[in-house]
Design a binder for this molecule. Structure first.
Ligand code: NAD
Length: 289
C-alpha cells in the first residue's frame, strides 16, 4: 500500500505535486538540496492553501489535515527510508536525475516505487540509474499542478503492469485524470507543446508580430486557453530550452531550438519565476523558484 510519498525537488513542479499528494491523503515529504528552495516551497504551498480556502475549493478541515501531512527535508537519505513512492522533480538534466536515482536506490526500501516527472526523457534510461526498472515509471504532471487535470503516465520498457496501475491509482487519489502510454521522446504532450512553443519564437524572430499579437492569434483563432508566450513564461524558458535540446538530439531538425529562445535564456529572461521572460511581470505576479 502506498501511504508515504517523497517528492524530490521543491521547485515549480515538486511543490505542486506535494500539495496534491497531501490533499489526496498521503503523507508527503518534500526534499530539496537548497534550503532557500524549501522555504519558497513552504510559502507557495501555504499560498495555494489560502487561495483554495478563499475560493471554496477546499474546506478548513481538509486544509488542516493536508498541512499536517506535509514535511520538509534537505536530506534524501533520511526521507527515502520510509518511502512507498518517490516522485523525482529535479531539473531536466540527465546527470542530476542520475545522481538522484542512484541515491533513491541506495536508501529507499525494496518495495518502494520510483517515478520521474521528466517532460521529455526516457523513463527506461532513468530507470537504469535506479536498478528497479519494473518499479519505475514516468508520472508527468502539468503546470500549475493544483489546477491542471492530467497526469500523463509513461511506461518504460520493463515497467510492470502492477507499477503502472499502482501509480495510476495514486494520480486518481490526487484528483487527476490519467492517460497511460508507452515511451517515446516527448510523450504526447511535450512533443506537441515544444513544437508549437518553438515555432512561436521563430515567428517572433522573423518579425511576424508582437508577442501579444501572436498569443492573441493562437488563443482566439485556434481556441488555445493560453498563448505560447504566456505558457512558456509559466513553464520557464530554461526548462523549455532543455526540453527542446533533448528532443532535437532524439528526433531531429524540427526541434532545433529557435536562436531567439536561446538568447532570452542567456539574458536571464527565464519567465515568471524571475519576473521577466517574453513579458515583464509585476512583483506580485512572480512565481518564485
Ligand atoms: P525547478 O528548477 O523549478 O525546480 C527543481 C528543483 O530541484 C530546485 O528547487 C532545485 O533546488 C532542486 N534540486 C536540484 N538538484 C537537486 C538534488 N540533487 N536533490 C534535490 N533537489 C534538487 O524545475 P521544475 O520546473 O519544477 O522542473 C522539474 C522537472 O519537472 C523537470 O524534469 C521538468 O522537465 C519537469 N516538468 C516541468 C514543467 C514546468 O512547467 N516547469 C512541467 C512538467 C514537467
Amino acid at each position: 500500500m502506498i501511504s508515504n510519498i517523497v517528492v524530490v525537488g521543491s521547485g515549480v513542479m515538486g511543490r505542486g505535486i506535494a500539495y496534491v499528494g497531501a490533499i489526496g491523503g498521503y503523507s508527503v515529504t518534500i526534499v530539496d538540496i537548497h534550503e532557500a528552495a524549501l522555504e519558497n516551497a513552504k510559502r507557495e504551498i501555504d499560498a495555494i492553501f489560502e487561495k483554495g480556502l478563499v475560493r471554496g475549493k477546499i474546506s478548513a478541515e481538509q486544509a488542516e489535515q493536508a498541512r499536517r501531512h506535509l514535511n520538509y527535508e534537505s536530506d534524501l537519505s533520511i526521507a527515502a527510508k520510509n518511502a512507498d513512492l518517490i516522485i523525482e522533480a529535479v531539473p531536466e538534466k540527465l546527470a542530476i536525475k542520475q545522481q538522484v536515482f542512484e541515491m533513491m536506490e541506495e536508501y529507499a526500501p525494496t518495495h518502494c516505487y520510483f517515478a520521474t516527472n521528466t517532460s521529455t526523457m526516457s523513463p527506461t534510461e532513468i530507470a537504469s540509474f535506479g536498478k528497479r526498472p519494473d518499479k519505475t515509471i514516468a508520472m508527468h504532471f502539468f503546470n500549475p499542478v493544483h489546477k491542471m487535470p492530467l497526469v500523463e503516465i509513461v511506461r518504460g520498457l520493463e515497467t510492470s503492469e502492477e507499477t503502472a496501475e499502482k501509480v495510476r491509482q495514486v494520480a486518481v487519489e490526487m484528483g487527476k485524470e490519467t492517460v497511460v502510454i508507452h515511451e517515446f521522446p516527448g510523450f504526447v504532450t511535450s512533443r506537441i507543446s515544444a513544437l508549437v512553443g518553438n515555432e512561436a519564437f521563430y515567428m517572433l524572430q522573423e518579425g511576424l508580430g508582437t508577442p501579444e499579437e501572436i498569443d492573441k492569434a493562437i488563443k482566439l483563432g485556434l481556441n488555445y486557453p493560453m498563448g505560447p508566450f504566456e505558457l512558456v513564461d509559466l513553464v520557464g524558458l530554461d526548462t523549455r530550452l532543455n526540453n527542446l535540446n533533448y528532443l532535437h538530439a532524439k528526433l531531429g531538425e524540427k526541434y532545433r531550438p529557435a536562436p531567439l529562445l536561446e538568447q532570452y535564456v542567456k539574458a536571464g529572461r527565464l519567465g515568471r519565476k524571475c519576473g521577466k521572460g517574453v513579458y515583464d511581470y509585476l512583483a506580485e505576479e512572480v512565481v518564485p523558484k
